[in-house]
Design a binder for this molecule. Structure first.
Ligand SMILES: Nc1ncnc2c1ncn2[C@@H]1O[C@H](COP(=O)(O)OP(=O)(O)OP(=O)(O)O)[C@@H](O)[C@H]1O
Length: 446
């Protein structure tokens, strides 16, 4: 490609970024290569028929106006698959199609504070994360973020990591899931490399450990983590932890760890409300260079209520279906493309069995314990929560719920429901636990 033509094309791309619809340049025009500019005609090579049709139907006339207005060319022609693409360019195009690779420090390149939408449900967690990122080791140490599945805990942790790396160049940031921490420890022990392991995790400015609840029942990992924690905390290095539940609710974890987790600030993320879901969808679509009609955004936000990961999956699906079927994104098409997901969301009945499973696993018991006559305080509480949720989420009568828990008398269920209602009024933590279970059950089952 000659240099002059190359420069002209770069100029066109930068004007197109401003003048053409969102995403036109980054998604479509960047895959084109200029072949010639002769007698007022700009000829562009496009990789395939699909891209050609997308450009033609979406903005070819805009592109023509743009080059004509600037006296570059009167005509634009698109030609599919000439041989002008060399290996380097093909690789670049392919790279455009791949999801971005994680950074060497394990931080997802899409998870920044800028790309995080703040709403009522996550305001405190966001503010605390930003405070920690601005003053690591000073503001809240450790910062403990907990909340249900797919609500943005990992996103916030990575955003802290990125922020620190940007503002304190050379800072040592380590992000790992507790599973990775455990696996690395096991492998270090097997290979006599425990010193390296210690050096890696104790020599950092910020340690971000995701899903800390998976340390439950892993005594030696807990022991190692305890020392890592102390060594970092004493040195005023920042620690950020995430979990699907508050520290005290993590079963089978040493008390000395629980009390350390609560030392700094414990903050939660709740499922987002409708407005926040809409804002998140808009931001994700904008990030990908798409302009999704408002009624479709509203339709998605309303039908996929609590898990942001699922919301994002639905958005990806409609974008992919629209491209593959070459059909516009409308509510009617979205209903068709998402019918499995939405059917599951709307129709999945929540059964008492499902609730018993969820509550037993949350509190760390077996379902049989909930159905037994054991009266220890923690089993009794878990049982009462399960009864309360059964009444809230199913059509079962008090008698039917009683039978599911092997109780002959339905007044046991009534008593349990009243007790949990009372506790939720007086004890904010209890309210959050029950709300979290409610929303997880709803989002998993509809
Ligand atoms: N407030 C938000 N703004 C923008 N995107 C969000 C927000 N909250 C969550 N997301 C997106 O939702 C997806 C799931 O978020 P994330 O992985 O951080 O959830 P999580 O709470 O760590 O879930 P899990 O418990 O399953 O690990 C990510 O793609 C993330 O970018």
């Amino acid at each position: 490609m000659d240099d002059k033509l190359n420069d002209t094309w770069k100029d066109i791309l930068s004007i197109a970024r401003e003048k053409l619809p969102q995403g036109a340049t980054e998604i479509w025009l960047k895959t084109c290569l200029p072949i010639s500019l002769d007698r007022g005609k700009l000829v562009l090579d496009v990789p395939n028929v699909f891209v050609k049709e997308q450009i033609q139907s979406r903005f070819l006339s805009g592109l023509k106006d743009l080059v004509a207005d600037r006296g570059i060319a009167r005509e634009v022609e698109l030609v599919v698959g000439t041989e002008v693409r060399d290996g380097e360019q093909k690789r670049a195009e392919n790279a455009l199609k791949q999801p971005p690779p994680p950074n060497p420090d394990g931080l997802n390149p899409n998870y920044y504070f800028d790309t995080f939408v703040v709403g009522k449900s996550n305001r405190l967690a966001h503010a605390a994360s930003l405070a920690v990122a601005e003053s690591p080791g000073v503001a809240y140490n450790p910062l403990f973020i907990w909340g249900g599945v797919g609500l943005g805990k990992t996103h916030l942790m990575h955003a802290i990591g990125h922020y620190v790396l940007e503002h304190l160049p050379g800072a040592r940031v380590v992000y790992a899931s507790s599973e990775k921490f455990t696996n690395e420890l096991i492998s270090a022990i097997q290979n006599n490399k425990t010193q390296e392991f210690k050096a890696k995790f104790r020599n950092v400015d910020i340690l971000l450990i995701d899903d800390i609840q998976f340390l439950a029942n892993k005594e030696s990992t807990q022991e190692e983590f305890f020392h890592t924690f102390n060594s970092l905390h004493n040195a005023k290095r920042q620690i950020v932890l995430s979990s699907d539940r508050p520290p005290k609710e993590i079963q089978s974890i040493e008390q000395r760890l629980v009390s350390r987790f609560e030392w700094g600030l414990v903050t939660d993320i709740q499922p987002p409300d409708l407005e926040t879901r809409i804002a998140i969808l808009q931001k994700k679509a904008e990030f990908r260079g798409y302009d999704i009609p408002e009624d479709v955004v509203y339709f998605l936000a309303q039908n996929i209520p609590s898990n942001i990961r699922e919301l994002e999956g639905a958005l990806n699906r409609i974008i992919a279906c629209s491209q593959l079927n070459m059909e516009p994104i409308t509510v009617e098409n979205a209903t068709e493309w998402l019918k499995d997901i939405i059917k599951m969301q709307q129709q999945g009945p929540i059964s008492v069995d499902l609730i018993q499973d969820a509550v037993a696993s949350y509190f760390g018991f077996d379902v049989e314990d909930l159905k037994s006559s054991k009266r220890t305080a923690d089993i009794a509480l878990a049982r009462q929560v399960a009864m309360y949720l059964s009444r809230e989420l199913t059509e079962s009568s008090l008698q039917q719920i009683g039978i599911a828990f092997n109780k002959k008398d339905h007044t046991t269920v009534l008593h349990a429901c009243r007790k949990i209602e009372e506790m939720m009024k007086e004890d904010l933590k209890m309210k959050k636990i029950v709300d979290n279970l409610l929303s997880n059950l709803r989002s998993n089952s509809g």
